[in-house]
Design a protein around this ligand. Structure first.
Ligand code: GLP
Length: 241
């Protein structure tokens, strides 16, 4: 009983505890983006842990995209936002995990009928009502992405439930998507987009389309995003057949 309430007991492995601890330090902004972590050996000595433990904890955070290893130079808090493609996370979660402050400016947050493109993408009949969001997404004062989302009204009955994060609102309703299909394309951003993202004319971006689903296969969202090409890295682990 007592052990169940002890967080240390629920994370029995030293490397998992260390991984969590380093993550906390980054999330709290105690080590800043681009800065180096002490060497494996120094960390192991200071924390009286084995080097294997330290290496495993750091390896996990490199996989999460939070740390970057540069050969011969050491381990740094990632400067670019490195996003593992296989994880189903939200913009808000990705930024918070890096100690950044996610914010949205809404251009649209209302109810409307699906557009033909949305109806086709979501396999909904024309005339279906959706919540439509059009947001400029920031880390603090810096704009990072433009996102347009459509969510069927039966899964999100009121647009004002989305205070900032769409997934937080869906989570509260028990409708957080569990899996998604995503397409990434390189694009040259248009004039309106570069203006919003404060980039030079003709800058490159990543266009991401995500279709997310509930466990029972119902579609939750169709989101079309334009991410800045100069700071986002999407990484994936590959396996041979
Ligand atoms: C990412 C995805 C979107 C998703 C969004 C939710 O940006 N590409 O498809 O809608 O996360 O993020 P949030 O919960 O912060 O609104």
């Amino acid at each position: 009983q007592r052990l169940q309430h002890d967080p240390a007991a629920r994370q029995p492995l030293a490397y998992m505890r260390l991984r969590r601890a380093i993550r906390n330090v980054i999330e709290n902004g105690e080590v800043q983006v681009g800065h180096a972590l002490p060497s494996e050996r120094d960390l192991a000595r200071a924390l009286t842990l084995s080097r294997v433990t330290v290496r495993k904890a750091i390896g996990g955070l490199v996989e999460d995209g939070l740390l970057t290893q540069r050969h011969g130079a050491g381990t740094f808090v990632s400067e670019r936002i490195v996003k593992p493609l296989s994880r189903m996370t939200s913009f808000t979660e990705d930024l918070r995990a890096r100690g950044l402050n996610p914010r949205s400016e809404f251009f649209e947050r209302g109810i409307g009928e699906v557009t033909p493109e949305e109806a086709m993408a979501m396999n909904l009949s024309p005339g279906t009502q959706v919540v439509r969001l059009h947001r400029l997404r920031y880390a603090g004062d810096e704009p990072l992405a433009i996102e347009r989302s459509a969510v069927p009204l039966d899964l999100l009955p009121d647009p004002s439930l989305v205070v900032d994060s769409l997934y937080e609102a869906l989570d509260k309703l028990g409708n957080r998507p569990l899996r998604a299909l995503q397409r990434l394309r390189a694009v040259v951003l248009g004039p309106a987009q570069t203006r919003l993202l404060r980039l030079g004319a003709g800058s490159a971006g990543l266009n991401i389309e995500r279709r997310s689903f509930l466990d029972d296969g119902r579609i939750v969202e169709f989101t079309c995003s334009w991410y800045r090409g100069d700071i986002y890295d999407f990484v994936a682990e590959l396996q041979s057949d």
